[in-house]
Ligand binder design. Structure first.
Ligand SMILES: [Zn+2]
Length: 299
């Protein structure tokens, strides 16, 4: 059930699920970036049920036992749901052609249809082009869910046509992270108090020249941890009031909306992914500060 993921994937839950529940705004294509999260399949199927089941699988603690539709989804026998997984090494063009044929005829009751492509990074060139055409001409009542471990393994043209859902994995810090925890905390608080003005003395706060790629990655992990904790606090989840930085969390919570926090967490996620490919840490950090502030540089 989707609500099971409310705490473990609070970012996803608040951003996607809440927006659907409040605005009923469903995208025609989602890209789920799983980041190695081990319950991804379970989450995706719960999301499918949430999209397709009229009771939205949220009122009942166990929709499947009372709901025929969710039962069919569980058994993968629901005709309005197609699940595609790699056939061997790749997702073959024929698999997608079959999908198109299946979905060409309108569903009898006009109810929405969903196709899920697991390991979507295993689309080869022809099959990627085939799916691209499908995404470019979205049809009413057809929802695509593509799942990949890392969005950077996907064609940009595909990513840009989907609403991105990045799952969080391993939010808890390990002991190694705690060695530099105060540096990370100071950086976040300096940023929160000064925002873009932090630029002026960025080198004093975080002298990137003396830092390694690992240091920087760790800083991002600590930041992510702090914003995640703030989000939990803001949505009313109980957090430990005895932690030394509790007042800092309250400060961040009071100066940011839930959307601000979600946006910042997405920027941090992006930055973590960029770090794998980008060599110039200094440029990366500059861009990071601008993006955190919403992409506008002003005094
Ligand atoms: Zn149901």
């Amino acid at each position: 059930m989707l609500v099971d993921f409310k705490e473990e994937q609070s970012l996803f839950y608040n951003e996607i699920v809440t927006s659907i529940l409040t605005n009923n705004k469903i995208s025609h294509a989602y890209l789920v970036e799983s980041k190695g999260y081990d319950r991804t399949k379970e989450l995706v199927i719960s999301f499918v049920k949430f999209l397709l089941c009229s009771s939205r699988c949220i009122k009942s603690s166990d929709c499947s036992s009372i709901c025929n539709l969710c039962n069919l989804i569980d058994n993968n026998t629901y005709s309005n749901l197609k699940i595609i997984e790699p056939d061997g090494l790749w997702i073959k063009k024929e698999q997608l052609e079959n999908l198109k044929i299946d979905f060409k005829t309108k569903s009898i009751d006009e109810s929405p249809r969903v196709y899920v492509i697991f390991e979507a990074d295993k689309l080869n060139k022809t099959s990627a082009n085939s799916i691209l055409k499908f995404l470019e001409e979205p049809e009413d009542n057809i929802i695509a869910i593509l799942v990949t471990n890392n969005r950077y393994n996907m064609l940009n043209t595909i990513v840009s046509r989907c609403q991105l859902i990045t799952l969080s994995n391993n939010m808890d810090l390990d002991s190694k992270d705690f060695i530099n925890f105060d540096d990370g905390l100071n950086f976040v608080m300096d940023y929160e108090r000064n925002n873009i003005k932090l630029f002026a003395y960025l080198n004093n706060v975080f002298n990137i020249k003396s830092k390694s790629r690992d240091d920087y990655y760790q800083l991002l992990r600590i930041m992510e941890f702090l914003y995640d904790l703030t989000l939990k606090y803001k949505i009313g989840k109980e957090i430990d009031k005895n932690i030394s930085y509790f007042d800092d969390i309250v400060y961040i919570a009071n100066t940011n909306s839930i959307n601000d926090i979600i946006r910042k967490m997405n920027v941090i996620e992006e930055q973590k992914a960029r770090l794998q490919y980008n060599v110039n840490l200094s440029l990366l950090l500059d861009k990071f500060i601008i993006d955190l502030g919403g992409g506008v540089y002003s005094d």
